[in-house]
Ligand binder design. Structure first.
Ligand SMILES: NC(=O)c1ccc[n+]([C@@H]2O[C@H](COP(=O)([O-])OP(=O)(O)OC[C@H]3O[C@@H](n4cnc5c(N)ncnc54)[C@H](O)[C@@H]3O)[C@@H](O)[C@H]2O)c1
Ligand SMILES: N[C@H](CO)Cc1c[nH]c[nH+]1
Ligand SMILES: [Zn+2]
Length: 444
């Protein structure tokens, strides 16, 4: 079922691997051309463009782009009790996980009387994206919102696609999760249009009940989504801050012959059900094990609810089994691939996990399948895709806070270093710098 890429006997240098590893044919570069005009349209026509996009891509023209407060409350009231409990546990676990990321303010005495204070300041207003095309993602409401709230962000807006089945509102579980988290500014807007609305703001559509200003611009846009969402985030980066490009889901499993092929197949399939473009990659040094995973995958893919989507994902060029000589080569492949999620199912799983430096999140050992992290491990499931884990992190509080240093020197401390400061200023041919220092010391 999975294509085979045989790297046995092949040098595992980074450049060789970059060419040989499975990747999607329609990548983010292609999607940029699709989303650019959508974002421009939102800038020019605001609410009218947002409704046109919803009609085109989500099959419904929302009456209210801003979700009325009573709909949020109603959705929470009607939430199934077990699901409510699950969302509450997920919120609690994620709060604990994200609090651990908070850096502390520090005052450092660099020299006698010369202090530098390290401050961490949350941005004021953020736009959180929650996907809603092929599946329902209340878990992504939690992942986005908890990180922002723990970071101390005051203004939180959230967007998720309009649903034809729910009269143009986002899915009720999305609305209920917002209510549980105290988020009141919610939009029925999907895809690149939502990202554009957050980055530039949007005017209301004349002749509707929209206010004149439908949505104010935000400082940071975060959240997962399909390739069009990831491309839109790349386009607005610089106008606003973004987290990683958290696009189409990927899973890689590094497994040796000691792993359970049924578990590995189930995990590969679990992420393939997100999207026909999802990537499932097995990295192993055992052909027998690869065969057994393939057999299990065939059976499971036929039986699962989203069988067609899963088949497309597993047989696409972005998925495959990579055969390697040994686990050292497997680790090199995993690092070159930089998976969004990397499971380590080997005899020495903790040892191999320590050798990984490129992955959005690592799931170590047999009892850590990706869906645990998707919902309530306490880690964040909004993770970098497309190999960007080489330089990007999963969503965390740092996406919402800025590091600001404040310089706090006494006159004596500044005077002490003045001759050295002057020497550098004059060497840089910036004498006014030296003069600004001298003005304080009556040495002009
Ligand atoms: N990396 C992560 O952290 C992470 C987490 C959760 C989900 N995901 C991924 O999020 C995605 C969710 O995708 P989805 O489709 O279900 O929901 P989505 O909300 O991301 O996408 C739906 C929106 O895509 C836009 N769209 C659809 N077709 C388009 C086209 N041809 N041109 C331009 N725009 C178009 C529309 O605006 C639509 O509202 C999946 O790919 C899933 O794997 C990633
Ligand atoms: N696996 C997804 C990240 O790529 C997150 C998710 C949400 N719901 C289920 N799974
Ligand atoms: Zn998932």
């Amino acid at each position: 079922m999975l294509q085979r890429i045989d790297l046995r006997g092949v040098s595992v240098s980074r450049s060789v691997l970059a060419d040989k590893l499975p990747r999607a044919a329609f990548n983010i570069e292609h999607a940029l051309d699709v989303v650019r005009p959508l974002i421009e349209d939102v800038r020019e026509r605001g609410g009218a463009a947002l409704r046109d996009s919803a009609e085109k891509f989500d099959g419904v023209r929302p009456a209210a782009l801003r979700v009325p407060a009573e709909e949020l409350e109603r959705a929470a009231t009607q939430l199934d009790p077990q699901l409510r409990k699950a969302l509450e546990v997920s919120i609690a676990h994620n709060r604990a996980g994200h609090r651990a990321q908070l850096p502390e303010e520090k005052l450092t005495e660099v020299m006698p009387g010369g202090f530098v204070r390290q401050r961490w300041i949350p941005v004021k207003r953020v736009g959180l994206y929650v996907p809603g095309g092929l599946a329902v993602y209340p878990s992504s409401v939690i992942m986005n919102a908890v990180a922002a709230q723990v970071a101390g962000v005051e203004g939180i807006a959230l967007a998720s696609p309009a649903q034809a089945e729910f009269a143009g509102l986002p899915h009720p579980t999305i609305l209920a999760a917002c209510h549980l988290l105290g988020i009141t500014e919610v939009y029925a807007v999907g895809g690149a249009s939502a990202v554009g609305m957050f980055a530039y703001g949007a005017a209301g559509e004349p002749g509707t009940k929209d206010p004149e200003v439908l949505c104010d611009p935000v400082d940071v846009v975060t959240g997962p989504g399909n390739i069009f969402v990831a491309a839109a985030k790349r386009l607005v980066r610089g106008v606003v801050g973004i987290d990683a490009e958290a696009g189409t889901t990927e899973i890689a499993v590094l497994a040796d012959a000691t792993a359970n092929p049924e578990h590995v197949a189930a995990d590969l399939l679990s992420q393939a059900e997100h999207d026909p473009a999802a990537a499932s990659v097995l990295i192993t040094d055992s052909t027998e094990f690869a065969e057994r995973v393939d057999v299990a995958l065939e059976r499971r893919a036929d039986a699962t609810k989203h069988s067609e989507r899963v088949h497309t994902a597993l047989t696409g060029p972005q998925s495959g089994t990579v055969l390697v000589d040994d686990m050292d080569a497997g680790v090199a492949v995993a690092n070159a691939y930089g998976a969004e999620h990397l499971e380590i199912q080997t005899e020495k799983a903790p040892h191999h996990a320590d050798l990984i430096h490129n992955a959005g999140a690592i799931f170590v050992g047999p009892y850590n399948p990706v869906p645990l992290g998707d919902y309530m491990a306490g880690s964040n499931h909004v993770l970098p895709t497309g190999g960007t884990a080489v330089f990007n992190s999963g969503l965390n509080v740092h996406a919402f806070i800025k590091s600001v240093q404040s310089v706090e020197y006494s006159r004596e401390a500044m005077e002490k270093v003045y001759p050295l400061l002057k020497a550098v200023a004059l060497d840089e041919d910036l004498p006014a710098h030296a003069e600004a220092l001298a003005a304080r010391l009556d040495t002009e």
